[in-house]
Design a protein around this ligand. Structure first.
Ligand SMILES: C[S@@+](CC[C@H](N)C(=O)[O-])C[C@H]1O[C@@H](n2cnc3c(N)ncnc32)[C@H](O)[C@@H]1O
Length: 186
């Protein structure tokens, strides 16, 4: 698992290390992510690894309540300013150790799974299976190429979850650089 110190260090160097608020690539990917949601409205949403809240801002308009978490406080402060609604809660937390009590109608794992160890990813999947509402959706979005801090590729992380008994894929979008899958309970 990539340590919290690694992410603290990135945010000490830059307030937006991945340029989530600047790059057209990120804006388009977030727009595609939200456009792929099968339902117009969700009750309780959960977005761990929210960073500065760029995707959170878009998800906030689709959820009655939304919990967004990150282990680093600096991006959370920016996210709270970006997404002021009282129905959105930001907490300094890490998955898989911190996971909300379900049922969750929407879980969004965007550019996160490959920072977890193999056992961390297994625990995340177990949490999803324990807390996803019967008609809930799980959204996965990840960069497809290997990089130094990653414990696996995005393709592998998605495969581990897509092949899980009990989930069915309802949306699949694959490009050269990232993939997006939306899953429901089978
Ligand atoms: C590449 S950013 C992704 C931001 C956002 N999800 C998106 O797709 O635009 C990864 C974020 O995950 C956070 N993170 C790293 N390990 C985490 C963990 N175990 N639990 C929750 N968040 C984590 C990092 O601090 C960082 O802000």
């Amino acid at each position: 698992m990539t340590s919290a110190d690694y992410f603290e260090g990135l945010y000490a160097e830059s307030s937006d290390p991945w340029q989530l608020a600047e790059r057209e690539y990120e804006r388009r990917k977030h727009a595609l992510t939200v456009a792929s949601l099968p339902r117009e409205r969700y009750g309780h949403g959960f977005e761990p690894g929210c960073s500065i809240g760029t995707l959170t801002e878009m998800l906030a308009g689709r959820c009655d309540t939304l919990l967004a978490t990150d282990p680093v406080s600096a991006p959370l402060d920016r996210a709270r300013t970006r997404v002021p609604g009282s129905h959105v809660q930001f907490e300094r937390q890490s998955v898989p150790d911190d996971w909300p009590t379900g049922p969750l109608d929407l879980v969004v794992l965007s550019e996160l799974l490959y920072y977890l160890s193999a056992s961390g990813r297994v625990q995340v999947l177990a949490h999803v299976m324990d807390t996803l509402a019967p008609d809930g959706h799980l959204v996965l979005v990840h960069w497809r190429h290997p990089f130094e801090a990653a414990t696996c590729t995005g393709d592998q992380a998605h495969r581990e979850i897509v092949e899980c008994d009990g989930l069915v894929r309802v949306v699949e979008h694959i490009e050269e650089d990232f993939r997006l899958d939306v899953l429901a309970r089978g």
